[in-house]
Design a protein around this ligand. Structure first.
Ligand SMILES: [Zn+2]
Length: 274
């Protein structure tokens, strides 16, 4: 490894004449020493913490403004919205796994009563595992549904569906911190936990939408309310349908496997008996 005579960029191989590469922007690379490692750690913490904490703080106070800033090109000061959503979900899934509290334990709703058959219980377990393992997909799918509905209700404003995707994903991602805490406390899947997250999510997202758009606040509020409710219904319906079908297929496959296994066992027992 030669770091002394650098005539080309170590990162992209373009000719290097200045301390920074004109092609990819990487500074002239130095060998990783103790000092360089300490600097990397310091920079890593700073580069992560500073935009992250700023985004966290600003999202809490003015979610509509953060989304608007981002869409309008004021991006460097904020954490990447998709990265932000991924971080929240990762933390939530981690807390869920660590505390062994499911993100979709329907027992809390009393859906699995003792009178239900073994088959129903198995189906519920399949459904729960499927929902728990598709949290990342859920976030992006959810935002897509909300972006679509917002585009329809605010079609007169100059935002395309992809810009509205930022508005659809950031406030709902931010609210997931509440979910993460409730999951950690084992309170998420109780009726009161559900009520709290639903209510906070509702109020916070309406606040974000209303302050994001131009024009009079009252018509914006009404449009935001209608969009939120419709998008939520559309999401619950389409997600419920797809996850229900997926769980049904998986359940049927599992059943088939267990029947096949039973047949093999039966055949074995039969040959043994003969
Ligand atoms: Zn370069």
């Amino acid at each position: 490894m030669d770091f002394n005579n650098q005539t080309s960029c170590k990162n992209c191989d373009e000719p290097l004449t200045t301390p920074f590469c004109g092609h990819c922007g990487q500074p002239k690379a130095v060998r990783i020493t103790f000092k360089e490692l300490m600097r990397t750690i310091q920079m890593g913490l700073l580069e992560f913490r500073s935009p992250f904490l700023h985004t966290f703080k600003m999202l809490t106070i003015a979610p509509g403004k953060v989304c608007r800033d981002y869409v309008e090109g004021k991006r460097e000061r904020y954490f990447n919205p998709i990265k932000y959503a991924l971080w929240v979900v990762t933390v939530t899934v981690f807390i869920s796994a660590f505390t062994n509290n499911s993100l979709s334990d329907f027992q809390a709703f009393g859906e699995i009563s003792s009178t239900k058959s073994e088959d129903d219980k198995q189906f519920s377990a399949t459904l729960r595992n499927l929902i728990d393992s598709s949290q990342f997909f859920i976030v992006f799918f959810y935002a897509a549904v909300f972006a679509l509905v917002l585009r329809i209700f605010f079609r007169k404003q100059d935002f395309n569906i992809f810009e509205l995707y930022i508005l659809a994903i950031l406030p709902s991602a931010h609210i997931t911190w509440v979910t993460a805490i409730l999951v950690g406390l084992g309170w998420y899947n109780t009726p009161s936990g559900i009520a709290v997250t639903t209510l906070i999510g509702f109020v916070f997202c309406i606040y974000a939408y209303t302050t994001f758009f131009d024009g009079k606040w009252l018509p914006n509020l009404v449009r935001s309310l209608v969009s939120y409710i419709l998008a939520m219904l559309l999401f619950v319906f389409s997600f419920g349908l797809s996850i229900g079908i997926a769980a049904g297929v998986k359940h049927a496959q599992d059943q088939e496997v267990s029947i096949e296994q039973q047949e093999v066992v039966d055949a074995f027992e039969e040959t043994k008996a003969n």
